[in-house]
Design a protein around this ligand. Structure first.
Ligand SMILES: Cc1cc2nc3c(=O)[nH]c(=O)nc-3n(C[C@H](O)[C@H](O)[C@H](O)COP(=O)(O)OP(=O)(O)OC[C@H]3O[C@@H](n4cnc5c(N)ncnc54)[C@H](O)[C@@H]3O)c2cc1C
Length: 414
């Protein structure tokens, strides 16, 4: 594929931009692949890319029932950070954050990574202690983060009401190299680069059944025909339980709607991400000027991709308290995505109970930030049968009691 560059834009301009080729190939599915990945979100596409780029495995198909990034990857609030508590989390989230740094160059696709800093507020003594503990864990794991006091917070986010009436801000955990990226560009960038390396990306192809022969996977049935494979990787986020059922096993996951909303665009007023877990809300500003606001998860399982209305009210109430300057802003739109939540709020990357089936799911409310690291580790697992970063996240941890508890780090803010 032709490389994207300033020179290419200038050349195309001479031709009224009529000569651009499609960003990725759109082939007919073949009868058999070495590896079939179900789910064309960020994690599935990154896995396909690293399989081809790191391990030379190119006989790969990504099957997506709708359009690329149409699941949670294109619905999230794009926060990237790695300041988690446990060691295995530090490994995967920091690998991911560091891969984000030069991902635009590696993929030759502008993913608009913006390391603008992520501030997690402490508004109770308990939260302050929890962030201090995380800060020390981060230091031990070589992750750059900093405890900051109210005065520094006033400098970082001048529009924040630090002396907030209900819960004054006591301090915060600041990760200066955290930030945001354009979410659908991450999916498109991986898709284009993977397609360029020979991966078949097949949209509008829903997997409707999984064939298991003699205890081992033999293929999938799809709306575009049957496809044989001996390695199947399920990367379908909130629908992981549905696909597992097709193969005859259950997963320790709950699927719930998580929602977000954006305001009308305004002039730049916030150049970092601020999370306020105590009052339940977080906010950043997009390049277009919209305030990107994250809400909560529904308290019941569902597949609506919409979310309950009361969350909008509760989230806005919390944010107006934290940022009184937004009180007269109009909200532009609201949406939801179906997240797959595990008991310890950590993902599942590993083998399924059926031979030949691999899992990458359970990212819950916080998997956007993990896309590069997760793809890297899952590709390693598929290619070599094991991967040092993926290792601790196997399904066995639920029966062996080796939980990776991130319920504080992954509370509401992502
Ligand atoms: C509102 C919201 C805000 C969020 N904010 C953040 C954030 O700020 N930071 C962060 O790190 N994370 C955030 N997340 C979480 C993050 O979006 C997800 O963890 C991540 O995008 C999951 O990516 P994925 O590739 O696993 O899943 P998805 O992007 O959901 O991709 C799975 C794909 O599988 C496809 N699929 C499903 N069933 C089938 C089938 N039978 N056949 C074929 N294809 C199928 C779907 O169509 C979908 O495209 C947020 C999520 C939501 C909903």
């Amino acid at each position: 594929m032709a490389r994207y560059s300033a020179f290419a834009i200038a050349r195309q301009a001479l031709n009224y931009h009529q000569g651009w080729e499609r960003a990725w190939r759109s082939p007919e599915p073949r009868a058999e692949y070495e590896v079939v990945i179900v789910g064309g979100g960020g994690h599935g596409l990154a896995t396909a890319y690293y399989l081809a780029a790191n391990h030379g495995i190119r006989n790969v198909a990504v099957l997506e029932k709708g359009w690329l990034g149409g699941g949670n990857t294109g619905r999230n609030t794009t926060i990237i950070r790695s300041n988690y508590l446990q060691d295995p989390s530090a490994d995967i989230y920091e690998l991911s954050r560091s891969l984000y740094e030069d991902l635009s160059q590696k993929l030759n696709f502008n993913i608009m990574f913006s390391p603008r800093g992520v501030l997690m507020l402490a508004q109770t003594e308990h939260e302050l202690r929890a962030w201090k503990r995380t800060f020390h864990a981060n230091r031990i794991n070589g992750i750059e983060s900093e405890m900051v006091g109210p005065d520094r917070i006033r400098q970082i986010a001048p529009i924040l009401n630090v002396d907030s009436p209900r819960y004054p801000v006591l301090g915060g955990l600041w990760q200066p190299r955290g930030g945001t990226a354009r979410h659908d560009a991450v999916a498109w960038g991986y898709a284009r680069a993977a397609s360029d390396l020979g991966v078949d990306i097949i949209q509008n192809c829903e997997v409707t059944g999984i064939d298991v022969t003699g205890g081992r996977v033999s293929g999938v049935r799809t709306t575009r025909g049957q496809i044989r494979t001996r390695k199947l990787c399920l990367v379908v986020a909130g629908h992981a339980g549905v696909l597992a059922q097709m193969a005859g096993f259950r997963l320790p996951l709950e699927s719930v709607a998580l929602q977000a909303l954006v305001s009308e665009p305004i002039k730049p007023c916030l150049d970092c991400v601020v999370m306020a877990n105590t009052v339940h809300g977080y906010m950043s500003q997009s390049d277009k000027g919209e305030l990107v606001i994250g809400g909560g998860t529904d308290g019941f399982n569902n597949y609506t991709q919409r979310g309950s209305f009361h969350h909008v009210e509760e989230t806005i109430r919390a944010l107006v308290e934290m940022f009184p300057v937004i009180s007269r802003l109009k909200m532009l739109r609201q949406w939801g995505g179906i997240v797959d939540v595990t008991g310890d709020r950590s993902p599942i990357i590993g083998r399924a109970p059926v031979e030949g089936i691999y899992l990458n799911c359970g990212w819950g409310t916080g998997g956007f930030k993990a896309i590069p690291g997760s793809g890297w580790a899952t590709a390693g697992l598929l290619a070599r049968g094991e991967d040092p970063v993926a290792g601790p996240f196997g399904l066995e941890r639920f029966t062996e009691g080796r939980m990776i508890d991130e319920s504080v780090a992954a509370a509401v803010a992502h």
